[in-house]
Structure formats: C-alpha cells, structure tokens
Write a protein that binds this ligand. Structure first.
Ligand code: HEM
Length: 211
C-alpha cells in the first residue's frame, strides 16, 4: 500500500472529532481495548504452542510436558497464554460492568450490548476448551460433565453435544473436535464479531458520554 493511501485509510478509520469526556481513561478504563490486546497475545502465543501440541488422547499431556520442560522458552509462552486467557475473561466481565454502570447499553447502542453478550459467552467457551486440551484427569472429567450437561438440553441436546464435544465415547476424535473449536472456529468468530463491535461503536456515534 502506498504511504498516502495508508495515511488516508488510517484517517478514514479514525473519527473526525471525539467528545473530550470519552477520551478520559477514567470513563472506559480502556477495558475493551485491553481485552483486545489480550486476544492478540493469545493468538501469538497460541500459534507458538501449536508447534508442539499433539491433539490425541495418549499424546496431548506429554506434548504439553514437552512444551514446559524441553521447548525453548516453552514454559514462558505457555504461562503467558494461560494468564492472558484468564485476564481476557476478567477484562471482558469488568468491561461489561462498566458499560452497565455508565448505561452505555441504552439506544442506539443496544445491538452492541447484544453482540457483547455473545462475545462474553464465546470468550468463556474459548477459555473452557483451552482447559480441556491439556487432557489430564481434570480435563477428562470436565469434558464428561460438560458433554453430559449439554446432552440434557431438550430436543437439540444430543446433536449439540456431538458437534461441540465429539462422539460419546472418548477417542482422539473428541480431542480433535475441541482443538478445532479452540484454535479455529471460536477465534475466527471472535475476531469477526469484535470487528463488528468496533464498527458499531463508530456507527453509534463513538463511545457514549455520561448521561
Ligand atoms: C471480546 C470481548 C469484547 C471486546 C474485545 C470489546 C471491545 C470493546 C471496545 C474496544 C469498546 C470501546 C470502548 C471501551 O474500550 O470501553 C467497546 C465498547 C462497547 N462494548 Fe465491548 N467488548 C467486548 C465485550 C463486550 C461485552 C461482554 C459487552 C456487554 C454485554 C459489551 C458492550 C459494549 C458496548 C455497549 C460498547 C459501547 C460503550 C460506550 O459507547 O460507552 N462489549 N467494546
């Protein structure tokens, strides 16, 4: 891209003017932006972990041990991936509380609130699927409980449980299913919905101002 077209693009995605109050850190605490930063950290560190992770029942746990004890800086990247994931969950929750307390969900921002609720649900599922990938005793039983609970949803439970968690009996297919959700479908959906979320912030007249 030529330099002047890049500048034009950057100017295009920035608002012409912004109310002074919305620029105060104490209004938003940059919580949405910080959640986005954590998402980017997750993508980068997750891509590195993928170089070692092996999604099969006998190999998943040993491959994580390899990351921790043999891969260069593996324990650093795994810990960053773990803690940035937990931070993202907390930041998104506190961002939601901020939006609620400043009543920023009121029209015209009600659709962005709904998109936010979906984002929150997906962030929880993303965190949970990551916890399952370790495939230690805890993950095995967490998978069993989550699958059984999902099956109990009236009418759609069985199909839903298979799509989300894989076949009823534990096999490599189950782990591959959870892995595909964790590294592909959920991050892609999150990135897509986050883009709409930012676009809606602009469309709705920028960040809200105090009532
Ligand atoms: C992956 C999760 C999320 C990300 C990355 C994200 C990101 C952002 C960002 C960057 C902003 C601009 C202002 C700010 O930083 O506070 C924003 C605004 C907003 N977000 Fe989120 N958000 C997420 C989840 C949520 C959730 C869970 C809700 C509520 C259920 C929500 C509702 C809103 C609303 C209504 C606005 C407009 C606020 C205003 O105009 O003051 N978002 N979001």
């Amino acid at each position: 891209m030529r330099r002047d077209s890049l500048t034009a693009f950057l100017e295009h995605i920035h608002p012409r003017s912004v109310p002074e109050i919305s620029t105060r850190v104490s209004f938003t605490f940059c919580l949405g932006g910080l959640a986005t930063a954590m998402f980017l950290v997750e993508i980068l560190t997750g891509a590195l972990l993928m170089l070692y992770y092996f999604p099969s029942i006998p190999n998943a746990y040993p491959s994580i041990q390899r990351v921790m004890y043999f891969a260069p800086y593996g324990f650093v990247f795994r810990n960053i991936h773990y803690w940035a994931g937990q931070a993202m969950v907390i930041l998104v929750l506190v961002h939601m509380v901020r939006v609620f307390l400043t009543q920023s969900y009121l029209p015209p921002r009600q659709l962005n609130w709904v998109i936010g609720v979906i984002l929150l649900g997906l962030v929880f599922i993303e965190d949970f699927t990551g916890y399952l990938l370790v495939w230690d005793e805890r993950a095995h039983w967490a998978w069993t409980i989550a699958r059984n609970l999902t099956e109990k949803i009236p009418y759609v439970g069985d199909g839903f449980a298979s799509v989300l968690f894989g076949p009823l009996h534990v096999s490599d297919l189950c782990l591959i299913r959870v892995y595909a959700w964790h590294v592909l479908f959920l991050p892609a959906t999150l990135a897509f919905l986050m883009s709409i979320h930012y676009w809606k912030v602009r469309k709705d007249g920028g960040i809200s101002t105090p009532l």
